[in-house]
Design a protein around this ligand. Sequence first.
Ligand SMILES: *Cc1c(COP(=O)(O)O)cnc(C)c1O
Length: 436
Amino acid sequence: MKYFSTRGAGPVSLDEALLAGIASDGGLFLPEKMPRIDWHSLATDASICATGEAFLRPFFVGSSIAGDLKEVVAETFSFPLPVTALPDLHGSCDLLELYHGPTAAFKDVGAGFLAACLGRLAGDVKNPLTILVATSGDTGGAVAAAFDGRVGLRVVVLYPDGKVSARQAHQLSCWGDNVLSLAVDGSFDDCQALVKRAMADEHLAEKYRFSSANSINIGRLLPQAIYYAHASVMHHAKLGRKPGFIIPTGNLGNAFACFLARECGLPIGDIILVTNENRTINDYLESAEWKPRSSVQTLASAMDVGNPSNMERLRHLGGEAAQLSKQLCAVSVNDAQITQQIGQNFAEFGFATCPHTATATHAWRLLDPQEQLDKDWIIVATAHPAKFEQIVEPIIGTTVPLPADLADTLARPRQFLEIDASMAALEKVLAEEFCT
Ligand SMILES: *Cc1c(COP(=O)(O)O)cnc(C)c1O
């Protein structure tokens, strides 16, 4: 399989696409054609790893690590991703729980897969590949956890000191010697600017073998399609119907993976994108004008994206607004509705939901009652509520028990360094940590 940029550059191999992240012309990589996945041949009780291997096989044709695919998939899906039934309130509605990984959010899947691939493609004990990540909270933790302890790879995480939650700060800074956590005296934008400048500095980039693990890498996207493939095939095997998915959306990586799975022929029905008050996607589908903007802060902070980068992939594959509107729809949910949903979900389901997942339960409750009855729905739960306990606990009036993995993570000692938001400070700390 060859890969092309959404802006035309290519072809490149999967290996090159994984290593480069972004295409040379600034576009995003997509496979040259969408393979048809023969899901009918999967056993009705296939494991997610078996589905994952069958799904990824055509994407890995020609890759130097195609022979490792089975192991890569097994390393990625080392934690459960259960589909649980919601109390039968009205029609068939399940919850796809993507939050049982080491940092309790779906980003663990993409980060784990990328770490497994890059370790095999470019890991080098003597001269490690250095992943640079700027993070506003969740991504950096998932990447650090996934690369922790991997031979021949190391990670430098830059996060804005004091601007992430206490639990997030912990998840960003409790890893082994191959993870360097930097609390930067500045904003997320300052962190991102430092990463960009460091990557663009040829001397530094060569010396440390810089690479990135950000969400536009095709290696974050492909494994996410697997849980949609698996959930839909298992649902279809059991009930003979295609489930629709309701997906909390920010940068559009998770929802695009669902679209990709459907393009490959998987038995997926409707796709509903749910945004918070960052309405760029909703407005585009309504007005046909693409107007990226600055993000606004909401309770579902991991979805605070004003310029969702994966829209470029979605438009490339699905067409412009008028065409896209025939293939999916988008709903926007505000903070008052998120708060209301967290309370209502707790009362009706008997468990807490994170603010991101709450946007999706709202979209489900907004459906026409007939649509709730006639179609099967799967709500995508993107994070564990214990990650956002400061928002969730006051609403439900009780504490959210910590899942075991998250409790383990939070029990690890923190190690991090504080730096100014300057290139000089970043260079100094890299030299001190890595050149001794
Ligand atoms: C990142 C994230 C999202 C948004 O996913 P995208 O792939 O950026 O659309 C939603 N919920 C949680 C908990 C996240 O961490």
